[in-house]
Ligand binder design. Structure first.
Ligand code: ADP
Ligand code: MG
Length: 270
């Protein structure tokens, strides 16, 4: 007969092994019957595995920062329908392999919301991966050059949620657009994409360097998708303004935040 410690080791019940004394003491104190005791013991193991799993998936997702839905100030961005975001946070779109697209000028919270949904998905047990579009294209170009494209596309189909941040900042050439098309096609109706872009769909032809390609990509991307168009003003600029670094309130459609900052009054600090 194997010892309890050996059994726990063989079954890889590390957490239960660590907490065994406490779990047994509690069971004695609460005078638990066999079933209730077994449930308590397994719950301790399960709880710890869940926490560890979430930590691992958080690391694997490679979020550039931790931005939560709870930290998002909807009052600052009244154009966003809370109902839509709440619905997305329920993650039915992930179960259905549907997409989410956040559009809007810089600083309005596109990346924040994309990460926040990513974190919800991680917490719910899904595999998530965050890449900027630039990182994605570099990876695909490299894979293609090394005759590994198939394998890399396969790897990129694996995460249930793939966040692609910042479409539109850098224009794509024909090869890159077709690589991107292949990825979108691979994941189509299987696994979700969350995309952010500072460009409206009408301008995607220009970004993708080819209007036929853009149409084919948008066709698949938007077939089952929720688009959140954020029209408000930049949260980054608001914070600077609050600190007295900027002058009068500016309107929403800044082409680039950098430009916007430069065109305001000279910065008294930097
Ligand atoms: P975008 O991706 O649209 O350019 P970000 O999501 O990067 O903008 O937002 C810029 C910064 O402002 C981030 O630090 C983000 O957390 C913060 N932020 C943006 N909008 C909000 C908001 N409504 N409430 C809280 N923080 C916000
Ligand atoms: Mg962003």
């Amino acid at each position: 007969m194997m010892e309890l410690a050996t059994l726990l080791d063989k079954l890889k019940m590390e957490a239960l092994s660590d907490q065994l004394d406490t779990v047994c003491e509690q069971a004695a104190k609460k005078d638990l019957d066999y079933r209730a005791f077994l449930a308590e013991a397994l719950r301790a193991e399960w709880q710890s595995r869940r926490v560890r799993g979430t930590e691992t998936r958080m690391r694997q997702a490679r979020f550039p920062a931790v931005h939560t839905l709870e930290a998002f100030d909807f009052n600052f961005q009244p154009g966003i329908e809370r109902k839509v975001i709440r619905e997305l946070a329920g993650l039915a779109f992930v179960e259905r392999g549907e997409n989410v697209v956040f559009l809007g000028p810089p600083g309005v919270g596109k990346t924040h919301l994309a990460i926040a949904l990513g974190i919800k998905a991680v917490e719910a047990g899904h595999r998530v991966m965050f890449l900027t579009l630039d990182e994605l294209l570099t990876r695909l170009r490299k894979a293609s050059a090394e005759q590994r494209l198939e394998r890399v596309l396969q790897q990129l189909t694996y995460p249930k949620v793939l966040i692609l941040d910042e479409l539109g900042y850098l224009p794509m050439n024909r090869t890159e657009a077709s690589l991107f098309f292949r990825l979108v096609t691979r994941r189509y109706e299987k696994a979700s994409l969350i995309l952010t872009s500072n460009k409206g769909f009408a301008d995607w032809g220009e970004v993708l360097g080819d209007s036929v390609m853009a149409t084919a990509i948008l066709d698949r991307l938007l077939h089952h998708a929720t688009t959140v168009n954020i029209k408000g003003e930049s949260y980054r600029l608001k914070e600077k303004r609050k600190a007295g670094l900027l002058g009068k309130a500016r309107t929403t459609s800044e082409p680039e935040e950098e430009t916007a900052t430069e065109t305001t009054e000279p910065d008294p600090i930097h």
